[in-house]
Write a protein that binds this ligand. Structure first.
Ligand code: TXA
Ligand code: MG
Length: 330
């Protein structure tokens, strides 16, 4: 398949409306979109990404009015988040309308809804004139794509169109909040910070005992994994420099690494790390040392992604909260 590269959101939307797959930029990461009501097109998302069929997709809307096409009976928490955070880097889980095909939601009776704030994403979604089901536009298990080049690397030749734009602003995915029950629960830490969510939803359920409590439903799959091994270090001095090792963090490390990125802030670190993983891989790096950051602001989501990518997670080690999160999610 020839993947059309374009900067034109109207052209990209026409391709989606014709039942094809279109990757598009958002402020979090790039998404791989299909018409949420076109079962064949949605099925092809799972094929193109090699994604397990029981991992549900987020439905993207162009304006809050479109939420009613896919969800109903929004809880007070959901309505608060729509009012205060749409458009933005948050996905809200609510009761699904029967019209939404089960393939979109992994046969759950709930649906995740998000309205991106990226201007090109908004133009594209408006022109689609239908809600757009879209996971991140990477192959399953690969680092999420924060540039169009990363999308092309994973999905070039497997999708019909790629709407090109620059580097995603946040660099990691939306925060997923389950608002389908009486109490809102964060299922995945993300670009909308927990501090902001707690301001808006004082009864937000997030266990403070460990990050595994806030894992997403995709928990049982290995996520965000570069081909190099990832090791978390507390200080830069713990990273071992050699030509096939890499370092990313806030502090300057000692020694010469094959690849090295010192970030001026936690935000810059979150913005850069997925792309850094891919570039390390291309350079043949064998181990990537990532400096840990405090669990505050976007640092919480960053630590979640780094932990998932690390060897600790890959070896199957789980914290006590993991079983709870898994039960709740699936
Ligand atoms: O920022 C983002 O969220 C990006 C952009 C493209 O919007 N999308 C994204 O999609 O990260 P994906 O598929 O990579 O991650 C969606 C997460 C998964 O962990 C999935 O299990 C969860 O949301 N999810 C989707 N629908 C759900 C539902 N009905 N109930 C529980 N979890 C759900
Ligand atoms: Mg993903």
């Amino acid at each position: 398949m020839n993947t059309i590269l374009t900067g034109d959101p109207i052209k990209a939307a026409a391709i989606l409306r014709a039942g094809q797959l279109v990757a598009f930029p958002t402020e979090t990461v790039y998404g791989l979109g299909a018409d949420a009501f076109n079962v064949d097109a949605v099925r092809r998302i799972f094929q193109a990404k090699r994604r397990p069929a029981d991992n549900p997709l987020i439905v993207h809307v162009s304006d809050p009015g479109q939420i009613d096409h896919v969800a109903f009976a929004l809880s007070p928490a959901a309505r608060t988040l729509v009012r205060e955070c749409f458009p933005g880097p948050v996905s809200i889980i609510a009761k699904k309308r029967p019209e939404v095909p089960p393939i979109v939601t992994g046969a759950l009776d709930t649906v995740a809804v998000r309205m991106p704030e990226h201007p090109l994403a908004q133009e594209f979604l408006r022109a689609c004139r239908t809600p757009v089901a879209a996971p991140s536009a990477n192959l399953s298990g690969r680092p999420s794509p924060t540039t169009w080049q990363a999308v092309h690397e994973d999905l070039g030749g497997r999708i019909s169109c790629l709407l090109q734009n620059g580097h995603s602003r946040a660099g990691l995915e939306s925060t997923v909040v389950d608002c389908s029950q009486a109490l809102p629960v964060v299922l995945r830490a993300g670009a909308l910070t927990m501090e902001r969510l707690r301001e808006l939803l004082p009864d937000l359920a997030v266990a403070d005992t460990g990050m595994d409590e806030i894992r997403s439903p995709g928990l049982q799959y290995r996520h965000y994994a570069p081909r190099a091994s990832v090791e978390l270090v507390t200080t830069a001095a713990d990273a071992v420099a050699h030509e096939r090792s890499a370092y990313i963090g806030l502090a300057e490390p000692a020694g010469v690494f094959g690849m090295c990125k010192v970030c001026p802030s936690v935000e810059a670190y979150a913005h850069a790390f997925f792309d850094f993983f891919r570039r390390c891989e291309a350079a043949g790096v064998q181990v990537i040392y990532c400096q840990k950051v405090p669990l505050a602001g976007i640092g919480r989501a960053l630590m979640d992604r780094l932990t998932k990518a690390s060897d600790v997670h890959a070896s199957g080690a789980t914290a006590p909260g993991a079983a709870i999160a898994r039960r709740r999610s699936y």
